[in-house]
Design a protein around this ligand. Structure first.
Ligand code: AMP
Length: 337
């Protein structure tokens, strides 16, 4: 069995599936895309999937469990999978899964995630427990909000109450809004050789916050425009080189702490999402313990992977390379849950 040809890589056809499947093919795996009906064309057109399985809706993915086990398929998680399946469903699914499923719970609960990051020594924006406590600009975030949809800003309780009218009965948190530049750093940690890599970085392209500056401040006021953070794409970034050492330190601290919190610890791709202030302070507001769509601009590798590898290395391909290495070293259980 110690041959990647005996395994298939499967993922939901969405989010970052194109680079995951392309990378898997480059590493010699068979590939399967499970796609919602009507969304098959990209996976056909780009020839990344050896097999396309169409389902009516994403939660139907669980019904394919036995069929995919029979194909020796290894599931690569991404954001759409988490949006479609609950943590319980994913934990019950007996397919080979790339990652430590215990990390899912750390990531899913905002409280546990915050504790993990703070205990790792990272700086985070303040949380206001209730609207009365807002004494500086705050961003209001909703649970499970797909890519920042609906987030809004408020500078006091009155503004919060007014804007919250549209979001009744929705769970939220109120976080200090950090003035600075958002940057999303994409890492890869290998438990096989204990190496932490920085694969790439991005910033988000969000509507309407990234277009609101195209009209004058007066027009913004006249039109009663509110900012929203609905993501529509990702823009590559290369950071000032002197920031890299700190990024490596932060990534390593989070990995080290995760090993104390779960059996295997976090491994594979993850992303620290932060705002850097003019004083060069790094405020991490979230971690994604998996591949992020911000790595999609780098299907052919990034400036950072070009330094580390002498071949195109996307995050998707790096995942497949890790699985292939694990198979060859008879350590597949060290990278699957
Ligand atoms: P997210 O969906 O958590 O990635 O955040 C959506 C958008 O809100 C991104 O543009 C972030 O840069 C921005 N954002 C999130 N949290 C904060 C914060 N505490 N301060 C400033 N901007 C933030």
């Amino acid at each position: 069995m110690a041959d990647s040809k005996n395994y298939s890589i499967v993922t939901l056809g969405s989010h970052s599936a194109l680079q995951i499947l392309k990378g898997a093919k480059d590493e010699g795996f068979k590939t399967i895309a499970v796609v919602k009906k009507g969304y098959e064309e990209p996976y056909r057109s780009y020839r990344v999937a050896d097999e396309i399985i169409s389902i009516d809706q994403y939660p139907d993915f669980n019904k394919l469990e036995q069929q995919l086990i029979d194909k020796n398929a290894i599931l690569i998680p991404h954001g759409t999978l988490f949006a479609a399946c609950s943590v319980d469903q994913l934990k019950q699914n007996k397919m080979l899964y790339f990652g430590d499923k215990q990390v899912l719970e750390l990531e899913e609960s905002r409280a546990k995630q915050r504790q993990w990051l703070l205990e790792s020594g990272l700086t985070m924006p303040k949380i206001f427990d209730k609207a009365e406590d807002i004494d500086s600009p705050a961003i209001i975030k909703f649970n499970g909000a797909g890519g920042g949809k609906g987030y809004f800003l408020a500078k006091n309780k009155a503004e919060f109450d007014e804007k919250m009218q549209e979001h009744k009965d929705t769970k939220y948190i109120i976080q200090e809004y950090i003035i600075g530049n958002p940057i999303y750093v994409h890492y890869f940690y290998s438990p096989l050789n204990d190496e932490l890599e920085i694969m790439s970085m991005d910033k988000r392209y969000e509507t309407n916050v990234d277009s609101i500056g195209r009209i004058s401040a007066q027009d913004q006021l006249d039109l009663h425009l509110q900012t929203s953070y609905n993501i529509i794409g990702n823009i590559p970034i290369v950071a000032r080189e002197s920031m890299l050492a700190e990024f490596f330190r932060m990534g390593r601290q989070v990995v080290d702490r995760s090993k104390e919190l779960t059996n295997q610890g976090m491994f594979g791709p993850f992303c620290l999402e932060m705002v850097v202030t003019p004083d060069m302070e790094y405020f991490v507001f979230e971690i994604s313990a998996r591949i992020v769509a911000g790595s999609n601009p780098y299907v052919d590798g990034s400036p950072y992977t070009a330094l580390r590898y002498s071949e195109p290395m996307s995050t998707g391909r790096r995942i497949a390379r890790e699985i292939k290495n694990a198979i060859e070293q008879d350590k597949l259980d060290e990278v699957t849950g």
